[in-house]
Write a protein that binds this ligand. Structure first.
Ligand SMILES: [Fe+2]
Length: 240
């Protein structure tokens, strides 16, 4: 299967590393090929494997469901019934290990890695209604956001944090968030995408039911801080 998303995202003028809004680059089938509610349901049924975070819909802060020790495993994990209860309440769910969802998804990442050389992964941000994501913040990697279902409001600011300065704690009193000016202020619809340059301040506000794909890309040549990481081999191997 040819995975067109990386080709479509790559196909623009990269002379300047600025925030970029892509309008309607994927159709519904292409969105569904990446992730549907059935895929989310699958991941929530395997919380020990998919590394799930929950952000409250009431305030911008993580909910940390209790992780229970299991006699046969090295580390504990959440009760599925509690995760599904929280999901139905409408909080934001982050599936950090979505890259490993299936052979198909790993094949997509293998194709992605050929276009965007670097250490990438697929993370899913989703929820059943209006909720929260994180405070205005900046991330170390380049980041692509692809809206697969529903809508999400996004602001990407002109302001960037200097490359070799440590990341600020969200809400840091020394950062003048009020003076920030938006480079992009948009509501992403299913099929739209965003490019957020590294260290560029941004914030998402999920306004309704949605599934969003986040693809961070660490480039070794640019990020000395990450030179110790090793790219994941996304090829699917057979045992015979
Ligand atoms: Fe971010």
């Amino acid at each position: 299967m040819t995975f067109l998303l990386p080709l479509k995202l790559f196909d623009r003028n990269w002379d300047q590393d600025l925030p970029y809004y892509y309008e309607q680059i994927l159709d519904k089938k292409e969105c569904d090929d990446i992730c549907t509610w059935k895929d989310v349901e699958y991941c929530l049924n395997l919380p020990n494997f998919f590394d799930i975070d929950v952000v409250s819909k009431h305030e911008i802060q993580k909910i940390n469901p209790q992780k229970h020790p299991r006699s046969w495993a090295g580390q504990g994990w959440e009760e599925k019934s509690e995760l599904f209860h929280l999901f139905k309440e409408g909080h934001t769910f982050i599936i950090n290990n979505y890259s490993f969802r299936s052979e198909k998804v790993m094949g997509m990442l293998e194709q992605w890695s050929k276009i965007f050389s670097g250490d990438s992964q697929f993370q899913i941000y989703c929820g059943m209604g209006q909720s929260n994501s994180f405070y205005i913040h900046e991330d170390l990697p380049n980041n692509f956001i692809v809206q697969l279902r529903g809508k999400t409001k996004w602001k990407v600011f002109n302001e960037r944090r200097a490359t070799f300065v440590a990341q600020a704690t969200p809400g840091d009193a020394q950062v003048d968030y009020d003076s920030f000016t938006p480079a992009i202020d948009v509501e992403l619809n299913a099929g739209d995408a965003l490019y957020i340059p590294p260290r560029c301040y941004h914030q998402a506000q999920p306004s309704e039911e949605r599934i969003s794909l986040s693809i961070p890309v660490h480039h070794y040549s640019l990020y000395h801080a990450h030179s110790i990481t090793r790219p994941v081999d996304w090829k699917w191997y057979n045992i015979y």
